[in-house]
Design a protein around this ligand. Sequence first.
Ligand code: AHM
Ligand code: MG
Length: 337
Amino acid sequence: MNVNRKVLTLDEFTIQQVRQIPNATGELSTLLRDIGLASKRINVEVNKAGLVDILGDAGSINVQGEDVKKLDIYANDQFTGVLQHGISCAGIASEELDDYIAFDDTESKNSKYVCLFDPLDGSGNIDVNVSIGTIFGVYRRVTPLGTIASKEDFLQKGTQQVAAGYIIYGSSTMLVYATRRGVNGFTLDPSIGEFTLSNANIKCPPSGKIYSVNHGNFFQYNEGVKSYIDICQRKNKNTGGPYTQRYIGSMVADVHRNLVKGGIFMYPGTIDKPKGKLRLLYECNPFAFIIEVAGGKATDGHQRILDIQPTELHQRTPMFIGSKDMMGELEKEMGNS
Ligand code: AHM
Ligand code: MG
């Protein structure tokens, strides 16, 4: 092993980034460090998920006599806890909470960021040992420093994100985050418990060979979506088709793969659910921000995701996201429908 090779940890990297920005206070790097800490704790529990039946079901008492919490609740508590006790976050909103929480202590009221997250996305996959993830978006609050955060801090357009990211608990655990300066990926080195820079300056290839959609809903999609799926399946030298269909059912894993390899991920509206399933604020906006910084695109089929003005914390939106050229092909079909 070459001990002289410098491997940057998440903390070192974010501090290095901050140093390049004049007048930066370092609050964002503290916030990202807190997020890294929460995700390491979640990772430990996710890795033990297969032992739940041995050590005690969620909702029961385990062999140590402790309450066993459902993993998504555990993840939510970890995120809420580190952000509340950290020094950079004025409040949070989460998929697991009906309403936002504004932290009422002096330190938090003087913090300039709010964080929105889905603590454990794809949690239906835990039982079967499939990758799951955490998604987060960070905004600068719009209410004055020193006051308690309010709803308008959370209902901002995705364009206002300062940073966004995700953690994927997969064959290895990765934290990927974007600021306007770029997208960078860090792999958890379990031997030292640190996220280390593994995928610097990630760019989404302009085109790819993968399309990801729930085919079971095909007959519920509008004509534009059906027609695009048809294109994906046909031999076509202009598009490079037929493409390969890959759908894990964990958006974090599906979009991560397509971000790195090139591809398109779709969760369209259906006849039964015209707004689809995914949540704008803490599922779609963070990914839309990341993909745009990486050179890709994200829309609801008509409008850029990041331009949607939110009206509710838990609102849903159809979502199409991926490589720029593939999104262009999709838009042509959607425009024709
Ligand atoms: P969740 O927030 O309840 O976990 O649901 C979100 C997940 C996404 O990760 C995934 O892309 C989607 O649900 C899969 O839904 P479906 O099974 O309807 O295709
Ligand atoms: Mg979710």
